[in-house]
Design a protein around this ligand. Structure first.
Ligand code: NAD
Length: 251
């Protein structure tokens, strides 16, 4: 799988899954823009970085324009920036509900719209990859805003697949299971407290109980799927939700 000659923007790529996607894309030959609230800790060959809050329309528009200028276009977007918030629907504040939906859904929309406009003008097709979750397809307790936002991204992905098709633009959703990134490390003690169980039990009996092998999905496993979707040559693969979860979710 090669991305030679391609330019990619990856949001939320200063950490976790996004950082590995940026590394794997650059290794496959792409020029990559890391767009995040934070600076990446390590620079990688063939990457540039831009500070961008994906919930801010002006920052997204200016950031994508700047990335396109520096990279010579945009062929691939990975809209990956995200956060989690642990609370029941009965308890969650409206501010936290809006914060989570804003980062995932507004961020997914704003970055997709900005890149689509460039891709349509460039007339060389493109691949939009949205970072969903098994929670795009299933619900869990204490994660209402996240589950609602991730389900929403599945709808956005399918609309973009239809509207992008005449321009040779594909759109797919990656749905990872639990990946041990800072986002998950923060959740383990919170869930242990909310559920009144040990942290070991959160990992074994909550997060990994229904996987086929009791293993976390790795950042590299998700990045390899992103590479496959980015490099896939035709619209046979568009509008799909691809689950990468060690069998947590099947079907
Ligand atoms: P992470 O916390 O390691 O990285 C998230 C990145 O997003 C951070 O660098 C952060 O600075 C950035 N970010 C947050 N808000 C932003 C904003 N407003 N603008 C720009 N950047 C922002 O988390 P991760 O686990 O690598 O998560 C990446 C994506 O994968 C998220 O969308 C998450 O929902 C999804 N996901 C993660 C898991 C998992 O188990 N870790 C599972 C399924 C889906």
């Amino acid at each position: 799988m090669t991305l030679n000659g391609k330019s990619a923007i990856v949001t939320g790529a200063a950490s976790g899954i996004g950082a590995e996607i940026a590394r794997v894309f650059a290794e496959a030959g792409a020029k990559v823009c890391i767009a995040d609230l934070n600076e990446p800790r390590t620079g990688t060959k063939n990457t540039i970085s831009l500070r961008m809050d994906v919930t801010d329309e002006g920052q997204v528009e200016r950031g994508v324009d700047e990335a396109v200028r520096q990279l010579g276009g945009v062929d691939i977007l990975v809209s990956n920036a995200g956060v989690q918030h642990i609370d029941s629907i009965a308890e969650v504040s409206f501010a936290n509900w809006k914060r989570v939906l804003g980062i995932h859904l507004d961020g997914g929309f704003l970055t997709t719209r900005a890149c689509l406009r460039h891709m349509i003008r460039q007339k060389r097709g493109g691949s939009i990859i949205l970072m969903g979750s098994v929670h795009s397809l299933e619900a869990s307790v204490q994660k209402g805003p996240y589950v609602a936002a991730k389900h929403g991204l599945a709808g956005l992905c399918r609309v973009v697949a239809k509207e992008g098709a005449p321009h040779g633009i594909r759109s797919n959703l990656i749905c990872p299971g639990f990946v041990r990134t800072p986002l998950i490390e923060r959740q383990i003690p919170q869930l242990a407290k909310e559920m009144n169980i040990s942290e070991e039990s959160v990992v074994k009996d909550v997060m990994l109980r229904t996987t086929v092998d009791g293993e976390f999905t790795t950042v590299n496993e998700v990045a390899q799927v992103a590479l496959f979707l980015a490099a896939f040559p035709t619209k046979a693969l568009t509008g799909q939700s691809i689950v990468v979860s060690h069998g947590w979710h099947m079907g």
